[in-house]
Design a protein around this ligand. Structure first.
Ligand SMILES: NC(=O)C1=CN([C@@H]2O[C@H](COP(=O)(O)OP(=O)(O)OC[C@H]3O[C@@H](n4cnc5c(N)ncnc54)[C@H](OP(=O)(O)O)[C@@H]3O)[C@@H](O)[C@H]2O)C=CC1
Ligand SMILES: N[C@@H](CC=O)C(=O)O
Ligand code: NA
Length: 430
């Protein structure tokens, strides 16, 4: 007998998944065991890019998760509610769940995984981070014997696509965002991409897997890419950096029990660093651990086909599990976390900074900037004054490593200098 799927959602990811499952030549033979049994959508009148037998598409999603004949529920509808309630209902009826919904997992993971463990079923989420890149299963299985020190990634395809096109073509932010939406990369509300919230959800999930504890989403420091201007991209280029939206989860000290720093922000990445050359919709996740050293996962981070690959691999894993039907849960597929990780406040972060100042064009301004920085122990790696914006001089500094709190105090003093007009950008440097 076939394994019956109830798919919630037939948008970019749902359609890509159905297309993959309808075209089985050259793929794993176990996929032939799968039956697309029901597909839940919002609107029956919308044209669809896939053909399904009559009666399969429905707007009654509750009926899908309550149907005793459905074995696996594939949640690719997105959003928080009703996605959360439908996942919980599916679990309570003993169904395995595959989801691409990082927003729901990052917020309701504790509730969802507890319900799954109680019901003795699995929640699979490979598509939720890095789209088609296998990164969830490697962290849960292949790398799980390592002590993880850092996970650093470009985990949002939309913003990487926008930054790449701004950098290579000098394109306008809004035009490129519209293209990312047309290509199916962006979230239903692209604010989640642009403001770094999608990347924050993803790094919370990766941190939880890498460091073996739950993460309170509100502890994840988050800045998006709205403040990144063409001017900063050009300065970064001249100084030997690419600007990337990085998601970082890192131990603050080398001890395996030290607190974590978990953050998302645009970052100047040295051109020689492997993450600097990850462009377009591609994502990459660099994992550092002991004894493995460094390992990097790279591939398409969004889009129908790539994400369908991850969703379908999770489905396949569950089909294999259902076929072998052991009574003891597989601890490498289940979630084992009970406690929350300790997260250090952003003010304690030690990092380099890039800052761009607009100042009155008069002698001694650079000296005054240097004095204010010096007062708070901030050493400067470079300071350049190359351009003008109307009558204002533009000064760019890159610091050495400094505690964020000290840097912010120096900036507060600098803002009060009579010669300073504004500080249009402050970015961290990897
Ligand atoms: N797009 C991508 O590249 C990636 C997306 N994801 C995640 O996958 C999930 C789906 O994304 P995507 O496919 O892009 O989203 P879309 O907006 O393209 O599709 C959403 C689908 O869900 C249906 N749906 C949404 N809300 C409801 C509701 N309340 N009741 C019934 N049906 C509903 C929609 O129905 P209808 O068609 O009738 O409107 C649509 O078919 C999200 O969690 C997203 O974050 C993860 C990785 C990559
Ligand atoms: N909107 C997301 C889709 C994949 O998770 C992105 O752009 O990365
Ligand atoms: Na993935």
């Amino acid at each position: 007998m076939g394994v019956k799927l109830g798919i919630l959602g037939l948008g970019t990811v749902g359609t890509g998944t159905v297309q993959l499952l309808q075209d089985l030549v050259g793929r794993h033979p176990l996929l032939q065991e799968i039956e697309i049994y029901r597909v839940g959508v919002r609107s029956l009148s919308k044209p669809r890019a896939v053909e399904l037998p009559e009666g399969i598409i429905t707007t009654d999603l509750e009926a899908i998760v309550n149907d005793p004949t459905v074995d696996i529920v594939v949640e690719v509808m997105g959003g928080l509610e009703p996605a959360r309630s439908l996942i919980l209902k599916a679990l309570s009826h003993g169904k395995h769940v595959v989801t691409a919904n990082k927003a729901a997992i990052a917020r309701f993971g504790a509730e969802i995984f507890t319900a799954a463990n109680q019901a003795g079923v699995y929640v699979m989420l490979e598509a939720a981070v890095g789209g088609g890149i296998p990164v969830i299963q490697p962290l849960k299985q292949s790398l799980s014997v390592n002590q993880i020190n850092a996970v650093t990634g470009i985990v949002n395809g939309t913003t990487n696509y926008i930054l790449t096109r701004m950098q290579t073509e000098g394109s306008n932010f809004d035009d490129v965002l519209a293209d990312a939406q047309k290509l199916g990369y962006a979230e239903a509300d692209p604010t989640a991409d642009v403001d770094g919230l999608d990347a924050a959800d993803k790094i919370a999930i990766l941190a939880s897997l890498g460091f073996g504890g739950r993460i309170h989403l509100e502890d994840v420091y988050c800045e998006g890419i709205r403040q990144v201007s063409k001017t900063d991209i050009a300065y970064a280029e001249k100084l030997g950096f690419a600007i990337k939206l990085l998601a970082i989860a890192k131990r603050t000290f080398s001890s395996p029990s030290s607190p974590l720093s978990v953050r998302v922000h645009p970052t100047l990445v040295p051109k020689a660093h492997p993450l600097a050359s990850i462009n377009g919709v591609y994502n990459a996740i660099l994992v550092e651990g002991e004894p493995i050293g460094q390992v990097m996962f790279f591939g398409p981070g969004a889009g129908a086909g790539a994400t369908a690959s991850a969703v379908s691999a999770d489905i396949l894993n569950l089909v294999a599990t259902l076929k072998t039907s052991t009574t003891n849960p597989n601890p490498l597929l289940a979630c084992r976390h009970q406690d929350y990780c300790e997260i250090a406040p952003i003010a304690e972060l030690v990092t380099r900074f890039y800052a761009r100042f607009l100042t009155k064009d008069r002698p001694g301004v650079i000296g005054k900037l240097g004095t204010c920085f010096g007062n708070f122990g901030v050493s400067l790696e470079s300071i350049v004054q190359t351009g003008f914006q109307e009558e204002l001089a533009e000064i760019v500094v890159v610091t050495y490593d400094v505690q964020e709190g000290n840097f912010r105090q120096a900036l507060a003093e600098i803002r009060n200098l009579e010669a300073i007009d504004s500080i249009p950008s402050i970015l961290r440097v990897l």
